[in-house]
Design a protein around this ligand. Sequence first.
Ligand code: NI
Length: 227
Amino acid sequence: MMLRIENILTKEEVRQFRELMDKAEWVDGNATAGTQSSLAKRNMQLPEASPLARQLGDAILEALTRNNTFLSAALPAKIFPPLFNRYEGGQGFGNHVDNSIRQIRGTAHRIRTDLSMTLFLSEPEDYDGGELVVEDTYGTHVVKLPAGDMVLYPSTSLHRVTPVTRGARVASFFWLQSMVRDEGERTLLFQLDNSIQKLAAERGLKDEAVIELTGVYHNLLRRWAEA
Ligand code: NI
């Protein structure tokens, strides 16, 4: 399932991010690429361990923990500290699949990448190209979102970023390990949760069917999740 989540960051937060990022020093993006993807990757990144990347990454993680749509769709167990990239002057990233396991730099922690996220930090009208193109079993999806919005997609998908031919495309990108490894099970839980929320809004939390379905949701989660 691919999902767009709007307003992870407000426009004011995006403005503050960009003010700090636009003054920062950027390094070659191949710092975080695997051997195969380094052949396809042409962009710049904020250094992974830089205080600014940490500070902005923490602000994103905080925003995500307040976002019920994200929590319900991703059921995150571990989130990789967000990274930041910038494409300009014809830079792009050819087709690739993200590495399956990522070590969190400077720690012994590893995560399995179940979901990939891109949080857009440039407005679409400020650059040409720079579309995120994701291929899955339903076809090819082209994603270019307003600043502050995020897309979440299965890390198993082949994807690319088309060359940026005008302006700059600035974004945060990161991965997470979900409590529910299986994409189909995770999608069913998200759909069930959405239906329960709708029903609860109509009938109230004390409604018998709402209580029973909430029980079903938790019992499926208990069955499928690794906490
Ligand atoms: Ni990628």
